[in-house]
Design a protein around this ligand. Structure first.
Ligand SMILES: Cc1ncc(COP(=O)(O)O)c(C=O)c1O
Length: 488
């Protein structure tokens, strides 16, 4: 039986809910809502029974693919399993039932959690303090670069208007820099996958505000010259910004602060196991070294005279970057994760993530070209160039992977690798899954040799086939429209 959607199965009079009695006088609503905004007829909603509603939402959930359905190796996204205990903790009444406008004295527990989270993330990254306000990694970048600009302006170095960013960087890095008013200068990656120190030295000047770097880079490689790179930037008065999207590779092993970074953002929805992407709001805390603390967004959470408080008295602050104190429930989930893992557990996370990536990379490099032949960190980048020469692109192979029931890796990024496929298996997958994935990819590599047309037509087993991606962007269909009846 084909599954029909909720809008198609309704019949007048069917009902699957009962609402509690209204606990506010209806009169109040009439007084608050201006006359012109009040409805004068009921909305046209489907009228369905409870079982119809459940089947509708269950059918929708089956069309979706997430970390709870299967392997999700989307590189630089750290699509790890999100432990359910995080959800339970964030739903505790004391967290979910508070209003953000309550006075400090009424929310001491929430402020304590924010304060302790700030200090824990500072310890993990080697920073002095962390603001939990930014709502995503890109928002953390924007806030961090605003801090960098405020710092240079405070030091009367307004001429520092350039930011150096490697050619492997995620697109949000140059975008954030441009939004802050910086001119972006690209530094090239050398043949081992590192930033080239000699080239960096040449690019540095008194006009450069800083360098933005992801370490490990989006090639999944640790920056071998990081100490020298940091010295070059600092010696000419610049600051180092750490894009923490790849922190999952180094927790408990090394810290951006120890490598010489001055500002970092993290993605709680990656490294710290809170839901990612369509799963809900994110969180991109921004941390800084001691001399940059005065520039952090306000309010800063402080602990004074035995009380936690929101401190707005920070004259050099870049100001508030998100309403109230960011996506609080996301921070609670990440806090639960850190507390359940403990310090040793976090180190184990990173060690296992790196081990898993190297295991899979070594299995796959026999069938796909590996452009940088080095031990990788938590992710690795292959090239589908050999297959492309046979007429099958990386996109075709990515679509074919969906037929075998798992999510494709990140494709065509980083831009410096042709036909790139960036795999990040994460620590939460076991060896059997990795073996199965390697087998399927080997099978696809064979299909490319033996029946390329099959791979080029994929996917065949997904709810919808290959999309016209240009049309999907130009003419998006974002709402359900009833099918036309015969006589319409
Ligand atoms: C390397 C890197 N930097 C920055 C970001 C931006 O993070 P967000 O998606 O949380 O804004 C991403 C996102 O995938 C990334 O991979």
């Amino acid at each position: 039986m084909s599954q029909r959607l909720i809008f198609e199965v309704g019949k007048p009079g069917r009902k699957g809910y009962s609402l509690p009695k209204c606990d506010v006088p209806v009169r109040v609503i009439d007084e608050i809502v201006p006359e012109e905004y009040l409805r004068n007829s009921d909305p046209e909603l489907p009228q369905v029974s409870e079982v119809d509603a459940i089947r509708h939402f269950t059918a929708l959930s089956r069309l979706n693919y997430g970390v709870d359905s299967g392997f999700y190796p989307l590189g630089s996204c750290t699509m790890k399993y999100n432990p359910k205990i995080n959800e339970d903790v964030s739903r505790l009444e004391g967290f979910s039932g508070v209003h953000p406008a309550l006075p400090d004295c009424a929310v001491q527990g929430c402020l304590e959690l924010l304060y302790k989270m700030d200090l824990m993330l500072a310890e993990i990254t080697g920073m002095a303090r962390v603001s939990l306000q930014p709502a995503a990694g890109a928002h953390g970048e924007l806030s961090g670069l605003m801090i960098m600009r405020a710092y240079h302006e405070h030091n009367k170095e307004e001429q520092r208007k350039k930011i150096i960013i490697p050619d492997t960087a995620h697109g949000t890095n140059p975008a954030s820099a441009a939004m802050v008013g910086y001119e972006v200068i690209e530094v090239k990656t050398d043949s081992r996958g590192n930033v080239n120190p000699a080239e960096l030295r040449q690019l540095m000047s008194e006009e450069v505000a800083g360098l933005m770097l992801t370490n490990p880079s989006t090639l999944g490689l640790f920056e071998e010259n990081i100490i020298e790179v940091a010295e070059i930037v600092h010696n000419s008065g610049g600051l180092l910004y750490y894009d923490g999207a790849n922190l999952n590779a180094i927790m408990g092993i090394t810290r951006p602060g120890d490598m010489g970074f001055d500002i970092v953002h993290l993605n709680l929805h990656k490294t710290f196991s809170t839901p990612h992407g369509g799963g809900g709001p994110g969180s991109g805390p921004v941390g800084v070294k001691k001399e940059l603390v005065p520039f952090l967004p306000t309010p800063v959470i402080q602990y004074r005279d035995g009380h936690y408080m929101r401190d707005y008295e920070q004259p050099l602050s870049i100001g508030q970057v998100k309403s109230f104190y960011g996506n609080f429930a996301v921070v609670v989930k990440a806090y639960a994760y850190i507390m359940t893992m403990g310090a040793a557990g976090l180190r184990n996370v990173s060690e296992t993530a790196v081990l898993n990536a190297n295991y899979l990379m070594n299995k796959l490099k026999e069938y796909f070209h590996l452009p940088y032949e080095r031990t990788c960190m938590h992710e690795f980048v292959l090239s589908g160039q050999t297959q492309k020469e046979k007429g099958v692109s990386t996109l075709d192979m990515a679509k074919r992977m969906m037929d075998y029931g798992f999510h494709p890796p990140t494709v065509y990024f980083p831009l410096i690798v042709k036909e790139a496929m960036m795999f990040e298996p994460t620590e939460t997958e076991n060896r059997e899954v990795l073996d199965e994935v390697a087998e399927i990819l080997l099978h696809i590599a064979r299909e490319v040799e033996e029946s390329p047309e099959l791979v080029k037509g994929a996917p065949y087993r997904t709810p919808i086939g290959r999309l016209d991606e240009v049309k999907a962007v130009r003419e998006p269909v974002l709402k359900w429209t009833p099918p036309r009846k015969n006589n319409e």
